[in-house]
Design a protein around this ligand. Structure first.
Ligand SMILES: Cc1cc2nc3c(=O)[nH]c(=O)nc-3n(C[C@H](O)[C@H](O)[C@H](O)COP(=O)(O)O)c2cc1C
Length: 194
C-alpha cells in the first residue's frame, strides 16, 4: 500500500464503538500521549491552539463517571430521568481504559471567530480518533448526557466562553467492527465547477 492507501484505510476503517462493548483492557498511557501529540498538530487559525484535554483513567475515571452521572441526576426532570441511563454513565467507565474530555479554550481577545476555534478543536479530535484507529484502539466521540450542560463546565472550572467539545471514550473491543455507512451519496454533498 502506498501512503495514501494506508491513510485511506485509517480514515474509512475508523468506526465509533460503544463504550459498553469495550472489554476493559487498558491502553498504555504512552499511546494516549502519542494521540494527544497528534491532536496538537491540528490546523489553528492565528495559532491560538484552542484545544485542551483532560485525561481520566484508573480511579479518576471512576470518579469522573460517577460525578457525570450525578450531574445527570441533579439536572434532569424526574419524568425524563432513567436509572438505566444513570447506571450506563457509570458503567461505561468500567469498560473503557481512558476518557479524554476535550474542550475549546476561548482566547480572551476573541480575535478568531468562535466557529473557527470550534473547527480547530474538532480537527484535533479527529486526529485522536484516526490515530487511535491506527493503533487498534476503539473510540467513541460522545456528547451525550451532560457534556454540553452548564453544570459540566462548572464542575471542570471552565470559563463561560469555553466549550466542552466531547468525551472521547478510549479502550479496546473484541466486537467485530460494523461496516461503515454513509446515508447521503457524496455526489449530493458536492458541487463541482470546472
Ligand atoms: C460531535 C459528535 C458527537 C457525537 N456524539 C455521540 C454520542 O453522544 N453518542 C454516540 O453514540 N455517538 C456519538 N457520535 C458518534 C456518531 O454517532 C458516529 O460518528 C456516527 O454514527 C457515524 O459512525 P462512525 O463514526 O462509525 O462513522 C458523535 C459524533 C460527533 C461528530
Amino acid at each position: 500500500m502506498n501512503t495514501f492507501e494506508i491513510f485511506q484505510e485509517i480514515v474509512t476503517g475508523r468506526r465509533s464503538s460503544k463504550p459498553s462493548l469495550m472489554n476493559g483492557k487498558k491502553i498504555d498511557p504512552a499511546s494516549v500521549q502519542q494521540l494527544l501529540e497528534l491532536a496538537d498538530w491540528a490546523p489553528t487559525h492565528g495559532r491560538t491552539e484552542p484545544w485542551r484535554f483532560v485525561v481520566y483513567s484508573g480511579e479518576s475515571l471512576k470518579i469522573f463517571c460517577q460525578q457525570h452521572a450525578d450531574l445527570y441526576k441533579a439536572h434532569t426532570d424526574a419524568d425524563k430521568f432513567t436509572t438505566a441511563k444513570y447506571q450506563g454513565i457509570i458503567q461505561n467507565g468500567e469498560k473503557i481504559s481512558h476518557l479524554v474530555l476535550v474542550y475549546m479554550k476561548r482566547q480572551p481577545t476573541q480575535k478568531i471567530p468562535l466557529i473557527e476555534e470550534i473547527a480547530a478543536t474538532a480537527a484535533a479530535v479527529e486526529h485522536i480518533l484516526l490515530g487511535a484507529h491506527a493503533l487498534g484502539i476503539a473510540t467513541l466521540w460522545s456528547t451525550g448526557a451532560m457534556t454540553h450542560h452548564e453544570s459540566m463546565k462548572n464542575m471542570l472550572g471552565l470559563a463561560d466562553d469555553d466549550l466542552v467539545m466531547g468525551l472521547l471514550y478510549l479502550g479496546y473491543t473484541d466486537e467485530t467492527t460494523a461496516d461503515g455507512k454513509r446515508n447521503i451519496p457524496l455526489s449530493e454533498k458536492t458541487t463541482w465547477h470546472s
